[in-house]
Design a binder for this molecule. Structure first.
Ligand code: ADP
Ligand code: MG
Ligand code: ZN
Length: 661
């Protein structure tokens, strides 16, 4: 969506604005040039007293100037200069100023040496003393490393803090909040028309905007205007989109920042950015501040203590809490925030008085999915008879972002086949592709392997078809796709509660693949890796989370707060751990036995199904009905729905791929 982001107001860039940053570069450039110039001129030659003594002996020295009681500059007579210049070593000796210089140890010893030389050789040498601040070149040269260092440092700062929105530049603005300010007049701004479904969320959020626009109405009734609202929901469900739409519709200034914008390498930057953000907001009030992905800063405090960076984040969060308390509720600043991890947010943040409201932005249902398709198909040329209801039914559990992705993928697939419009087939291919990755028809699979895969998949299909409580299957394939060698699509019941019996049947169907291999080939393969992983997790969650273990009883070690770190310590004793292990193992064995029973009793049907799979590569509900008859439980009603709500189950990475991963 970033390409649709409303353009932010940005100061027009002038040619070379006078800012400290540019001045710094000028100085650095000047120094380098100066250094180069100085280095290029004829410079005096370094010398020593011994050499100079010889010059004194030959009467070549015109005078000596001692500078800063430290360096003696030797001025030669013009004839002597000529003489020296004939030697290649001294060819570049300067003909003005001094020609040699050397460090005198101390002025006293120098005077003594010179005096004795004068008396010995009979040539008087005038000596004078001077104090100098050193040439500008010298000074700059000695500063050069510093300047270069500072330059690099600034450059790093600049590139580190460059990311955010526009506005702030360089180290001098590191503590400034680079909030994105939305432009209401932008032609392709996002409006509520771009957000499909989410009706309740829209109503709630517009109510908040209404508070801002006509606060008096609410205050007259004695009501307090909320300070903030939290958009909560799984990824890709349109939280950010909704916030952008508010920006486009609200007609109040909208400052947007992402939680990660506050996090920076420098300690204290986050807190000062929060301060700055609210400062800006107060100046613009009434206005909306939007903090996307707030979990980046709002994570519960006091966790992972000692990990570096935690302190800075806590400061940022504390600052945010303070700011939200800071302005009176009539100050006209409302904070919107979005997250998909409300469970890990600090409780202080979600308490009433800060984010008073939580607005649920959930996964779309069939009707909403249809509307989302409508939004995203606006710019796609579809077949005139394209059934959008059908598309919505085929994409259960998809988020808005997934649907946007399907639409885009569809167009790509159609383009690949040089079509002028996109049709149902393209959509189905796109959906399958997004669920399971690309079909890999040319993956090399030997006939024996193919046979094993077919029996494995048929095992899943048979068990799930015949066990009453398992999700009915609607499609099985042995075409490799993505990492999976085969796949089965199930229709999960839309239910809020899952019973123990349902979980057991589910586990049995997961193990059905392995059982089938064992029964039909007398040996098992690595193909069941994913099945086993999922079944094991399920068994453990039954015991340790849902309190379904017969030995362990009604306990749960589930941590809804996400605050404690189970990686280090388990919240139960070794004895309990052993019990949990034993219980989970027993559950898995029980499920295995269930699958084994079903498959032994229906081995004939299983074999027929496997053969059919080998022959057709894909089988559907009808084939299962054909072989096993209708499921006792579902009958007509569910079958009608079956086509609608397929949910895929990917599985079976090969041993190689597991090794790769
Ligand atoms: P998140 O909830 O993770 O912030 P986004 O708002 O970034 O999700 O949604 C990602 C993309 O998915 C959007 O840019 C949009 O294209 C699509 N999308 C999600 N929800 C909807 C919706 N309700 N209506 C239309 N498009 C949606
Ligand atoms: Mg988002
Ligand atoms: Zn399997």
């Amino acid at each position: 969506m970033s390409q649709n982001r409303n353009t932010q107001k940005r100061k027009p860039r002038r040619g070379l604005p006078f800012n400290p940053f540019n001045v710094m570069w000028f100085i650095i450039a000047a120094v380098i040039i100066g250094w180069w110039l100085v280095g290029d001129t004829n410079s005096p030659s370094e010398s020593s007293w011994n050499e100079v003594e010889q010059m004194v002996e030959k009467g070549q020295v015109e005078k000596i100037v001692v500078v800063n009681r430290d360096v003696a500059r030797v001025y030669l007579t013009p004839q002597a200069i000529e003489e020296y210049r004939t030697q290649s070593e001294y060819a570049t000796l300067p003909d003005h100023d001094w020609q040699f210089q050397f460090n005198i140890g101390s002025v006293d010893s120098f005077r003594e040496d010179l005096k004795s030389a004068e008396t010995e050789y009979g040539h008087a040498v005038p000596v004078s003393y001077a104090n100098e601040g050193g040439g500008w070149g010298d000074a700059l040269i000695s500063f050069l490393p510093w300047l270069v260092f500072i330059g690099i440092w600034i450059f790093m700062m600049r590139s580190m803090s460059g990311g955010g929105g526009g506005g702030g530049q360089g180290v001098f603005n590191v503590g400034k909040a680079k909030a994105q300010v939305f432009d209401k007049n932008n032609a392709n701004r996002i409006t509520f028309k771009d957000v499909a479904g989410l009706e309740e969320a829209k109503v709630e959020i517009m109510e908040i905007v209404d508070f801002l626009r006509t606060p008096q109405k609410y205050r007259d009734l004695g009501g307090k205007i909320p300070k903030g609202a939290l958009l909560v929901g799984p990824p890709g469900t349109g939280k950010t989109l909704l916030a952008k739409a508010v920006a486009g519709e609200a007609n109040v200034p909208f400052l947007s920042m992402s939680g990660s914008d506050f996090v920076e390498m420098f300690v204290g930057v986050g807190a000062s950015r929060v301060r700055d953000l609210f400062q800006q907001a107060k100046e613009k009030a009434p206005c909306i501040v939007f903090i996307d992905e707030i979990d980046a800063i709002g994570r519960a405090r006091g966790k992972n203590a000692g990990v570096s960076g935690t302190d800075a984040r806590e400061n940022t969060l504390n600052q945010l809490l303070t700011e939200m308390d800071g302005f009176a509720s009539n100050a006209g600043v409302i904070v919107l925030a979005a997250t998909n991890r409300v469970d890990i947010l600090d409780k202080a943040l979600t308490r009433a008085g800060r984010f008073d409201r939580q607005i649920e932005v959930g996964r779309p249902d069939v009707v909403e999915r249809r509307q989302i398709f409508d939004v995203h198909l606006r710019n796609i040329k579809t077949d005139s008879d394209l059934d959008r209801e059908f598309l919505a039914k085929q994409t259960p559990g998809f988020s808005g972002a997934d649907i946007a992705n399907v639409c885009n993928e569809t167009a790509l697939i159609a383009a690949r086949h040089d079509k002028k419009t996109v049709g149902k087939d393209d959509f189905m291919a796109a959906v399958d592709r997004i669920i399971g990755g690309l079909e890999k028809r040319n993956k090399i699979i030997t006939p024996e392997e193919k046979r094993k895969i077919a029996f494995h998949e048929a095992g899943h299909a048979t068990v799930s078809w015949l066990l009453e409580e398992a999700s009915p299957l609607i499609k099985v394939t042995i075409i490799p796709r993505g990492k999976a060698l085969g796949a089965a699509w199930y229709l999960p019941e839309e239910r809020q509660l899952t019973t123990r019996a349902q979980m057991m049947d589910e586990m049995a169907s997961l193990l059905g693949g392995r059982v089938s291999e064992a029964l039909n080939f007398g040996e098992v393969s690595t193909g069941a890796l994913n099945d086993l992983e999922r079944a094991t997790k399920m068994a453990y969650s039954m015991v340790a989370y849902y309190g379904m273990g017969s030995q362990t009883g009604n306990i749960s070690f589930y941590d809804s707060t996400g605050q404690s770190d189970f990686a280090m310590t388990k919240p139960y004793s070794e004895r309990t751990a052993e019990k949990i292990d034993a219980e989970a193992k027993a559950l898995l064995e029980q499920a295995y036995a269930m699958a084994e029973k079903v498959l032994t009793e229906n081995n004939e049907g299983l074999t027929r199904l496997a053969e059919r799979l080998l022959e057709k590569e894909v089988v559907f509900t009808d084939d299962l009905v054909d072989i096993f008859g209708k499921r006792k439980k579902d009958i007509a009603k569910e079958l009608a729905e079956a086509a609608q709500n397929a949910e895929p189950t990917m599985e079976e990475p090969t041993a190689d791929e597991v090794a790769e991963a």
